[in-house]
Ligand binder design. Structure first.
Ligand code: MEV
Length: 434
């Protein structure tokens, strides 16, 4: 990199000097500078500098809570970080519905993450497999006495080696993959597993005379599984039928499944962010699991039994409650404390439960009023604010927009501005509402 590079050494600058450099480069102006400096208390930005490079500031997101989520016979209040207007509102309503008419149960099995060692062109797969399995116990013990010592002391550590063959089409030779199953206790475990597979590489190469290329954690952690089941009682048959038709659409059509699963992840991601977890890893895991049959499918299944509507969620959700952001970030600590989470599996179960409830909220909206109606009602508050209405004008503009929505099934910022102008020129009933 040449020394005339304006970004040279940028990462080494203090935050103040970095902002000054951005001003000099005209990448921000004075107003942007004020936003960056004032949006979030500087303590958070100091902490952010310990997490990532090139910090300019912190990006505030709404932190909400869905109180009274009844699951496994107890109530939990679930903190969520999310910007989409309807998500917490819909989940809140559904939590109430579940409290009065439903039973939500969850379970979690396994706590191994998978680390992969990739042999692009295996010379002799049978010999590789035999050698790895012959030395498995010694290799695992060595890992547990070295890189994974801390984890082993907490009851986790390297558990098993699995050898897989992946055939290329035609005659191009086979690929082999060795999986290290590693029990990660209450950590998410990606860093530990990455260290373990990198440490394992030279040993396996020496033992097998095969050449290993890539060593990395897998985000399809199907060695652990989180399940949630929701039984809703006394659901009218026509609502059941509509919900089941909409759910079947997502089971059979990947285009619909993507949106259906996005709705499930709306809740799961929001809990992951609130607890400082790696939501991209959970997204990757859930989507990969949704495609396990060779076609991308819905991650939930809905059935009926008499007047009961029954939903199931099943996917690997790998989360941590120790290490990384979860331990360091005060908001993440607060979120875990509020939910009374003591183990990672408990957090995974809460995430699965709210994902399934969020899915019910979406299916119910789609099967009854339609999503626009539901979203738009909530959107009205945003429009009222965006119109520039003062506090004492807001109720009138909101009332007007509600009647526009009822009459036309849609409502826009133009409607809000027109309602406000009409109000200001003295129309008791704004024109748009007439
Ligand atoms: C919007 O964020 C999520 C939904 O589209 C999910 C769905 O369609 O099932 C409402």
């Amino acid at each position: 990199m040449s020394s005339s590079d304006p970004y040279s050494g940028f990462y080494r600058l203090s935050r103040q000097a970095r902002l000054t450099r951005l001003l000099e480069l005209k990448l921000i102006d004075d107003a942007d500078y004020a936003v960056l400096v004032n949006a979030v208390h500087s303590d958070y930005c100091d902490q952010a500098e310990k997490l990532i490079e090139n910090v300019m500031g912190c990006f505030p997101m709404p932190l909400g809570v869905v109180p009274g989520v009844k699951l496994d016979g107890a109530e939990v209040s679930v903190p969520m970080v999310v910007e989409e207007t309807s998500i917490i509102a819909a989940l809140n309503r559904t939590a109430k519905w579940v409290r009065t008419q439903g039973t939500l149960t969850t379970s979690h099995q396994g706590n191994c993450m998978i680390g992969q060692l990739h042999i692009p062109y295996v010379r002799d797969f049978s010999a590789l497999k035999a050698t790895v399995l012959k030395h498995e116990a010694a290799v695992l013990a060595q890992l547990n006495e070295t890189v994974l010592m801390g984890l082993a002391a907490r009851g986790g550590g390297a558990q098993a080696l699995v050898v897989r063959c992946i055939q290329r089409p035609g005659d191009a030779g086979d690929m082999a993959v060795i999986h290290l199953h590693c029990a990660v206790c209450d950590a998410m475990g990606a860093n530990l597993v990455n260290m373990a597979v990198e440490a394992l590489k030279p040993h396996i190469e020496a033992l097998t005379q095969e050449s290993i290329q890539t060593c990395i954690v897998s985000n399809l952690s199907d060695t652990q599984m989180t399940r949630a089941t929701l039984v809703m009682n006394a659901i009218p048959s026509e609502i059941q039928a509509s919900i089941l038709k909409t759910a079947e659409f997502a089971e059979l059509d990947p285009y619909r499944a993507a949106t259906h699963n996005k709705g499930v992840m709306n809740a799961i991601d929001a809990v992951m962010i609130a607890t400082g977890n790696d939501w991209r890893a959970v997204e990757a895991s859930v989507h990969a699991y949704a495609a396990r049959a060779g076609q991308y499918q819905a991650i939930t299944r809905w059935t009926q039994s008499g007047d009961q509507l029954i939903g199931h969620f099943e996917a690997p959700i790998s989360v941590g409650i120790v290490g990384g952001m979860t331990a360091a970030h005060p908001m993440a600590k607060l979120a875990l404390k509020m939910m009374g989470v003591k183990h990672a599996s408990q957090l995974a179960r809460i995430a699965a439960a709210v994902g399934l409830m969020q899915n019910l909220a979406a299916l119910n909206a789609l099967a009854t009023d339609g999503i626009v109606q539901g979203h738009m009602r909530l959107h009205i508050d945003n429009l009222v604010m965006a119109s520039g209405a003062k506090t004492d004008e807001m109720d009138a503009v909101r009332t007007c927009l509600e009647s526009v929505l009822t009459a036309t099934k849609k409502v826009t910022l133009t409607d809000a501005m027109e309602a406000l102008s009409a109000l200001r020129v003295g129309h008791v009933q704004p024109i748009t509402c007439a």
